[in-house]
Design a binder for this molecule. Structure first.
Ligand SMILES: Cc1cc2nc3c(=O)[nH]c(=O)nc-3n(C[C@H](O)[C@H](O)[C@H](O)COP(=O)(O)O)c2cc1C
Length: 458
């Protein structure tokens, strides 16, 4: 699979193109420091080609949610250093997502201070999760020009801290309505200084931040996440095509690692003037590598990478499948995450999702798998499988018997001896959906060849 091939994305080295999407899990302590469980959580997922951390507050003023981590204090840097070294020990690559929540916060989680935003325009029709339950959004306080400039420097400081914490790069969270996104779109940014008004002015903040990130990190290690066609958190631009096309074309002047693009499209009836195919509208504008996200499954991700995406990021699937890469490789079933334990709580729903059963050590050669993984009453050590299904799991027929056998309704079969690259691959093959299809088909046909997976362990 293309998805599982190594990649160089900017200056990031990925052992495969399966990216862990950033996910807020609200398991930091009250000082925004990540602890042992977070080290375990990321270590468990280090087989991803690239981990993008949960959004991480660049400053105390950036915080909008309870128990989210930061990267402004020494203790926070120290906590993250333990994460990066655990991931690196496993051979993984990890970048930090830098976060300023902007108006998507509440004074209750900000020591009484109102959220900060480009303009005093609140989010309507949504609630914010606070310690005392869901609350309507407040009207944020508009930042002064000096505060905007100071915030750009806060990003640079946070980026430098991320470097000290051992990350491989940083991603600016400029999606989903957080501060950078709010500067971009004209319903949230009604400023009259050089950070508001024209498209050029509205893009100034994001471009200035990206310049600082590149200055700190050098070429190919600073990235950006955009969601041009997602209205969440009140992001309704009058002309997203113009706004984001301008931004992306300007970003081309910077040596970025990648653009992390949300492919989600708006409700066509709600925003008929918005681009209805986000990837087609914006993807070709960016000259560097693109990582796509949003509801991808194995086949969709493979198709996206085959069509030119540098990688595909998975969110929810990584919550419940720490070994997502192995499962994709084996086309194994994916566990479903429990949304009730997404945000906050302890280790339950955080670091207790199991990996697929470890394959028992097997001698090199062939593996008698059928008796273990299929219904023994049904097939025993003989089974029927379509050639392409075998091939997809690396099964190679290495010998073919001469005799014809009549077995279980298969009138004309010749036995194959099949070698798999590993016991796990053989097992995955016989658990796969395509195998189940082959079995179903076998019930209707008499012309399948018979496969004998011969066990040779001593
Ligand atoms: C629990 C959870 C937390 C999330 N937190 C973040 C976040 O901190 N930053 C971000 O950019 N996206 C965040 N997202 C969005 C995901 O990165 C991703 O875009 C989304 O889940 C869609 O991808 P998927 O269909 O593969 O899950 C979060 C999603 C989930 C499920």
């Amino acid at each position: 699979m293309q998805l599982l091939t190594p990649a160089r994305i900017g200056n990031l080295v990925l052992r495969n193109r399966v990216v862990m999407s950033p996910m807020t899990r609200n398991r930091a302590d009250a000082a925004g420091v990540v602890g042992d469980s977070t080290v375990t959580y990321y270590r468990q997922r280090a087989s991803a080609g690239l981990i993008i951390t949960e959004a991480t507050n660049i400053s105390a003023a950036a915080q909008g949610y309870m128990l989210t981590p930061g990267i402004w204090s020494e203790a926070q840097v120290e906590g993250w250093r333990r994460v990066t070294s655990a991931v690196h020990k496993e051979g993984g690559t990890i970048v930090m997502q830098l976060w300023h929540t902007g108006r998507v916060g509440h004074s209750e989680v900000r020591g009484g201070a109102l959220p900060l935003a480009p303009s005093a325009v609140g989010i309507e029709g949504q609630m914010h999760f606070t310690p005392s339950g869901p609350k309507a959004y407040e009207v944020p306080r508009a930042m002064t020009t000096e505060e905007v400039e100071a915030t750009i420097e806060d990003y640079a400081t946070a980026a430098a801290n991320a470097k000290r914490a051992g990350f491989d790069g940083v991603e600016l969270h400029a999606a989903f309505g957080y501060l950078p996104n709010a500067f971009l779109v004209d319903n949230a940014n009604q400023r009259t200084d050089r950070f508001g008004g024209s498209v050029e002015n509205r893009a100034r903040f994001v471009l200035a931040v990206m310049e600082r990130l590149v200055a700190v990190w050098g070429a190919g290690r600073a990235a950006i996440r955009l969601s041009p066609t997602i209205a969440y958190n009140g992001m309704v631009d009058s002309d997203p095509l113009a706004t984001f096309s301008y931004l992306i074309e300007k970003l081309n002047a910077l040596p970025l690692a990648y653009l992390h693009l949300m492919r989600a499209t708006p409700d066509a009836t709600r925003f008929p003037h918005w681009p209805q195919d986000t990837v087609a509208a914006f993807g070709p504008l960016f000259h560097g590598p693109i990582i796509l996200n949003g509801g991808f499954d194995r086949d969709g991700a493979e198709a996206a990478v085959t069509a030119g995406a540098a990688g595909v990021s998975f969110g929810a699937p990584f919550v419940a499948n720490p070994d997502l890469v192995a499962r994709l490789a084996a086309d194994a079933a994916l566990a479903k995450p429990n949304p009730a334990t997404y945000y906050g709580g302890g280790d339950t729903g955080y670091i207790d999702y199991p990996v697929l059963a470890e394959a028992p050590a097997a001698a090199p050669g062939y593996w008698q798998v059928t008796a273990r993984v299929t219904d023994p009453a049904g097939f025993g050590r003989y089974t029927a499988v379509a050639g392409p299904v075998l091939a997809a799991f690396g099964g190679q027929p290495i010998a073919r018997g001469e005799r014809f056998e009549a077995l279980e309704g298969c009138a004309t079969g010749r036995p194959y001896l099949v070698r798999f690259p590993s016991y796990a691959a053989a097992r995955a093959c016989f658990y796969s959906a395509s195998y189940q299809e082959a079995i179903a088909l076998r019930a209707e046909t008499a012309s399948f060849d018979i496969v004998v997976v011969e066990g040779m362990p001593a």
